[in-house]
Design a protein around this ligand. Structure first.
Ligand SMILES: Nc1nc2c(ncn2[C@@H]2O[C@H](COP(=O)(O)OP(=O)(O)OP(=O)(O)O)[C@@H](O)[C@H]2O)c(=O)[nH]1
Ligand SMILES: [Mg+2]
Length: 466
């Protein structure tokens, strides 16, 4: 990452590329007002940029010397009360890519430079406007595509997660300072810190860290969607069903068995809940090496999925075969947490739906025609019902970010070391080292301790203008 050069004034479009009603351009840095003042002429003389009240919109023109370029609305933000904590200007112009380009060129000609991806938010972090996990939440919020992912990102941006981490650090610091206090009095062999109380405190901290770590799988699911694998024999219509669920021709459908060789995935939000549907290679003995690999991958996807849609061709499949398949499946997968749903496809080929299928086994069976998109709503309704226990205010401190999860794991390892150390009555100075390391890992989440490398990796994933 190139370092922060606070002397630079940066500019970028904040809105998406392409034609639109309006586009918003941003300037941030010490020369923002100066640069904007050179290219902005107010409609009303008394609305001059200089002396204008911050966060009030001004109406005027962007000019290139004498030549008017566009009519715009302009807002100035005075440091530190701005997104980045620096002087900032936002210009709302007409959303023509050409106009946007022209205005940015004028800004650059007068001393600004194009911002790098995430540079506005990085400045906000470096200027203490938000901590690192809040900055990451900004990117997650922009990328959110379901109610659940929005909620997680929003809570994190509001600082709920940061506060939990700060509380944990504060407890650990108290612990560390007690231990370190003892170090000053080693001669006297005193124990300021009651060992029992200390280990109780350590227990609390450890279980809280573990709880946050455990929330990661839930957080991940809510962020990326509940994984739903569509499995079954070749040619039963799995890819047709995927396309029907996504409402687009995502996977290739053909009458040749073994069409899908590799898993195809896509997410869609249903009733505010994100689902990630996974179409898989049909289950049978592989005819060739590629198909065999594909089938191996199907089992991997089954393991990762929370819900399995087992699809069969209702027009050709007998009851015994289905009962046998379910038994086999349960033996092989044997995961009580996974929900298995039976989907009987191709009912359009049947005269009538046989009653014995209806109360087949102890499993919910849904009869559909993927090709004609009949009864797909029954599947989505049922999926939604199984997901209703999912998001909610109570989950405001879910961990949904891999980097945070890794930092928590590292902190948990250090805390475990402290615990073992205490059991073995190792000297306080060694305990203090592990405590410091746990503090370090927790601090890396909110950015209290950080490196250019970490910052670079985080902010390069942002879009330009954010
Ligand atoms: N009549 C009828 N045909 C269907 C239905 N669903 C799928 N098909 C047909 O069944 C054939 C196989 O469909 P696919 O969706 O490719 O099946 P698949 O399970 O993905 O097959 P593989 O990828 O080979 O495992 C195609 O010719 C589809 O048009 C249905 O509901 N009714
Ligand atoms: Mg297929």
């Amino acid at each position: 990452m190139q370092g922060y050069n606070p002397g630079d004034t940066i500019c970028a479009p904040a809105t998406a590329p392409g034609m639109a009603a309006i586009a918003v351009l941003r300037l941030s840095g010490p020369s923002s007002f100066d640069i904007a003042g050179q290219i902005f002429v107010p409609m009303h003389k008394e609305q001059r940029l200089e002396g204008a009240r911050p966060r009030r919109m001004l109406y005027g023109q962007i000019v290139d010397g004498e030549l008017p370029i566009d009519e715009v609305l302009l807002t100035k933000f005075e440091a530190p009360r701005s997104y980045t904590g620096e002087h900032m200007v936002e210009v709302s112009c007409h959303g023509s890519p050409y106009i946007r380009q022209q205005i940015l060129r004028l800004m650059i000609d007068r001393g600004a430079r194009m911002a790098r991806p995430g540079e506005f938010t990085m400045r906000a972090f470096l200027n203490g406007r938000m901590d690192l996990s809040q900055a990451e939440a900004v990117a997650d919020l922009i990328a959110s595509n379901s109610e659940a992912s929005r909620q997680i990102a929003f809570h994190q941006m509001r600082g709920h997660f940061s506060k939990r981490i700060a509380d944990l650090r504060a407890q650990l610091l108290e612990f560390a300072s007690l231990i370190e206090l003892e170090l000053d009095f080693t001669e006297e062999d005193v124990e300021f810190a009651n060992r029992e109380e200390l280990s109780a405190l350590l227990n609390d901290i450890e279980s809280e860290v573990r709880r946050l770590m455990e929330s990661f799988s839930m957080g991940n699911v809510l962020k990326h969607g509940i994984p739903v694998a569509i499995i079954g024999k070749p040619n039963v219509g799995k890819s047709t069903l995927l396309n029907a669920l996504l409402n687009e021709e995502r996977a290739i459908v053909s009458e040749i068995p073994g069409t899908t060789r590799d898993a195809i995935e896509d997410s869609i939000s249903i009733g505010g809940v994100a689902f990630r549907f996974i179409d898989t290679a049909g289950l049978r003995k592989g005819r060739d090496a590629i198909e065999t690999v594909g089938i191996g991958r199907t089992y991997e996807k089954i393991r990762q999925a929370s819900i399995i849609l087992y699809l069969f061709d209702a027009s050709t499949t007998g009851l015994e075969e289905i009962t046998e398949t379910i038994r086999e499946f349960r033996e092989r997968v044997g995961d009580k947490d996974k929900r298995l749903m039976l989907i009987a496809n191709k009912i359009d080929l049947m005269e009538e739906i046989p009653q014995n299928f209806r109360n087949l086994v102890d499993l919910e069976t849904i009869f559909i025609s993927a090709k004609r998109k009949e009864n797909i709503g029954l599947i989505t309704d049922s999926l939604l019902r199984s997901a209703t226990s999912a998001p909610g205010e109570k989950h405001d401190t879910l961990v949904a970010n891999t980097r945070h999860y890794e930092a928590l794991s590292a902190a948990a390892r250090s805390i475990a070391e402290v615990r073992t150390g205490m059991q073995n009555r190792i000297p306080g100075d060694l305990l203090a080292i592990d405590l410091r390391s746990a503090l370090h890992h927790l601090g890396s989440i909110t950015g209290e301790v950080t490196s250019d490398e970490i910052l670079g990796a985080i902010f390069e994933k942002f879009c330009i203008g954010k």
